[in-house]
Design a protein around this ligand. Structure first.
Ligand code: CU
Length: 145
């Protein structure tokens, strides 16, 4: 009986992973190259949701830094500041842009400098159970003011 149940659960898992196979796509993914002595960086991308319901990005992971967080930029007393958010909502049939000055995946306390032309592994975790892993290219960008 136990075997039957676990086989059944495995079958369900297989079905559900096929169901959300193509609902999320990520494009224009890159990570900011770091100048010497910089301990922080960020990843930017466009996440598109073609599912019939909203999907939330709830976490990101990578080996390159001690901490990987989801951040946004906000105006605080006329100053641009960034703060951690617990999720980034990608509404149904739309896309969200993670870009300099807005949402981004933040890398805190990098273990080594990020050199332009290299790439690093980045995983994204969503509230529907989906996990996407990429080789994200490292690029130089100018910070926007
Ligand atoms: Cu940040």
């Amino acid at each position: 009986m136990k075997t039957f149940i676990s086989l059944f659960a495995a079958g369900l898992l297989l079905i559900s992973s096929q169901l959300f196979a193509a609902t999320l796509t990520v494009g224009d993914l890159y990570i900011r190259a770091t100048p010497p002595n910089s301990k922080n960086s960020a990843a930017f991308m466009v996440i598109k949701n073609t599912d019939k319901k909203d999907i939330k990005l709830i976490a990101a992971g990578s080996d390159i830094a001690d901490r990987v967080e989801l951040h946004e930029h906000v105006m605080d007393n006329g100053l641009m500041k960034m703060r951690q958010v617990k999720e980034i909502i990608i509404k149904t049939k739309s896309s969200v842009k993670l870009q300099p000055g807005g949402y981004h995946v933040m890398f805190l306390n990098l273990k080594q400098p990020l050199k332009e032309g290299a790439s690093v592994k980045l995983s994204l975790f969503f509230d529907n159970g989906q996990q996407l892993t990429f080789e994200a290219p490292i690029k130089k960008i100018k910070m926007q003011k």
